[in-house]
Design a protein around this ligand. Structure first.
Ligand code: ADE
Length: 253
């Protein structure tokens, strides 16, 4: 059976998806993780919590691909905004991802994945476009309705571009500035996407990464991230994925 994998790093990011799975979903425990296998809004899925960081994301991606024969993988979660246009409440859908902390110089180029000969990983264009369009519809509805969680967000925007991944929660202005200078095209920073992307690339499995901006990767990042995680993360994830899964767009892709 062709299944879609949906992965998130924290429980709050996938909580509403798990709650919405059809009764009868089975849980497979592998490598200290629970893999929820069943149907979500009409689409056969496996949903799992990867936990945080590149190793955790890579391990989880390998497991869903090998054990559950998934035909595509979506990673969803929060990120810190880097680019000047990217505000809290915006959505970023990756078209490329890279590992900003990979540096095996002078043996290899900066950011190059050793022995793979590449810096960036491209997400699946069709899958990413579906997410982007659904995110556009969602932020229009969400912006118009006002934030149910009571936060004061401006009309959120949806961006497509480069996501930078590393094993660092960026919470100092100088770190964020250094990243902006080194990677002027990076829209946001997070801790899993490019690791999952590398594994999917190596297995030849199409993937997409969708991130909601919880903070600006600065001194306020911890507070902003925590508030956003508690109040808003799940609303976005379910609000963007539900129409796509209900329409069958992802089971046919
Ligand atoms: N995910 C959400 N905010 C982040 C930040 N500031 N740094 C890394 N990952 C994040």
């Amino acid at each position: 059976m062709e299944r879609l994998a949906i992965l998130g790093a924290l429980h709050e990011e996938i909580a509403d998806l798990l709650a919405a799975m059809d009764p009868g979903a089975t849980i497979h425990r592998i490598a200290m993780r629970d893999f929820h296998v069943g149907t979500l809004w009409g689409t056969p899925c496996v949903i799992a919590l990867s936990r945080i960081g590149k190793v955790a994301a890579a391990a989880t991606a390998s497991i869903v691909i090998r054990e559950f024969q998934v035909s595509q993988v979506i990673f969803t979660g929060l990120a810190g905004g880097l680019h000047a246009d990217v505000d809290v409440g915006d959505v970023v859908v990756a078209n490329t991802l890279m590992q900003h902390d990979m540096d095996a110089r002078p043996l290899f180029g900066q950011h190059e994945i050793p022995l793979l000969g590449r810096v960036q990983f491209e997400s699946d264009a069709a899958l990413s476009k579906l997410l982007h369009d659904s995110a556009q519809d969602f932020v229009r509805r969400y912006g118009a309705a006002g934030d149910p969680a009571g936060a004061t967000l401006a009309q959120p925007k949806v961006h497509a571009g480069l996501i930078a991944t590393g094993d660092i929660f960026v919470s100092h202005n100088d770190e964020a500035q250094a990243l902006r200078k080194r990677l002027p095209d990076a829209l946001c920073v997070e801790m899993e996407g490019a690791a999952m992307a590398q594994v999917c690339y190596e297995f030849g499995i199409p993937f997409a990464v969708m991130r909601v901006i919880s903070d600006r990767a600065d001194h306020a990042a911890k507070t902003d991230f925590t508030a956003f995680l508690e109040k808003v993360a799940r609303v976005y994830t379910a609000g963007i994925l539900a129409p796509l899964l209900k329409s069958g767009a992802l089971s046919a892709a």
